[in-house]
Design a protein around this ligand. Structure first.
Ligand code: ADP
Ligand code: ADP
Length: 228
């Protein structure tokens, strides 16, 4: 469902993605690792059109994101993203944060929308926070809400950009556990940029190692961790 063919990405003169060739099958769980500045975030941001690529072909659900004429809204419905800094709507309750996009974008009926949102809150262990504001949550709770909000859109693919990097250490496991159960319970494609190698070991089907804008390794997990 995601195919990169000879993709190049520049920020001005800076060559951020170099000759990326990559196919990610539906349902695959892929972890991206590599040094800071190697292009991991850029790569996953191209998959939902947050960053444009300048050449090559980037097929997501059959749409070519390298083509300027492609309507990104067609992609964003199906490709969700969880950010390092949560990006919750500060003046809306937790429940509203989860319900707003399905209401506006998918026109999901209100009762069905609310039921799904409450089920998702329950599944991330935060049913009691439905009426709280984001400012009343810890970082770990905020991130679990951000994950629930993404899941409410029932995306085909969910991107995670260092979802635990901004969290206090004691909250990291709560978020990783939610991500693990999502990975186990769903046929959704997951692309995860993380430094959490334990997560990669447990959850990933594949591990991709990037450096300096290039993919240097792309291996099945078993091969990647062989001998480590
Ligand atoms: P990583 O996620 O591996 O840390 P990034 O994809 O965030 O790497 O960044 C890759 C490189 O691209 C870095 O050198 C970064 O400074 C640069 N970069 C990222 N975003 C921009 C931007 N909007 N404009 C210019 N340079 C950028
Ligand atoms: P985060 O830590 O949340 O991944 P970054 O600090 O990497 O965020 O980047 C924050 C924003 O700044 C992003 O939109 C990214 O594209 C942009 N950015 C990153 N590096 C550069 C750069 N060298 N020049 C211009 N913009 C950049």
């Amino acid at each position: 469902m995601i195919e990169f063919h000879d993709v190049e990405k520049y920020y001005g003169d800076f060559h951020a993605l170099k000759n990326i060739n990559l196919t990610i099958n539906e349902g695959e769980k892929v972890v991206l690792i590599g040094p800071s500045g190697s292009g991991k975030s850029t790569l996953i941001r191209t998959v939902n059109g947050l960053e444009r690529v300048q050449s090559g072909q980037l097929l997501v659900n059959g749409f070519d994101l390298a083509d300027r004429k492609t309507d990104m809204n067609k992609i964003r419905k199906n490709v969700g993203m969880v950010f390092q800094h949560f990006n919750l709507y500060a003046n809306k309750t937790v429940l509203e944060n989860i319900m707003i996009a399905p209401r506006l974008v998918l026109k999901r009926p209100e009762d069905e929308n609310k039921k799904l949102a409450m089920d998702l809150l329950d599944s991330v262990g935060l049913a009691d926070k439905a009426n709280s504001l984001p400012s009343q949550l810890s970082g770990g709770q905020s991130q679990r809400i951000a994950i629930a909000r993404s899941l409410a859109m029932k995306p085909k693919c969910l991107l995670f950009d260092e979802p635990t990097s901004a969290l206090d250490p004691e909250m990291i496991d709560d978020v990783l556990n939610v991500m693990k159960s999502v990975a186990e319970d769903s046929s959704m494609t997951m692309l995860v940029v993380t430094h959490e190698m334990g997560f990669a070991r447990e959850v990933a089907d594949r591990v991709i190692f990037m450096a300096d804008g290039e993919i240097l390794e792309d291996d099945a997990k078993e091969k990647f961790f062989d001998g480590q």
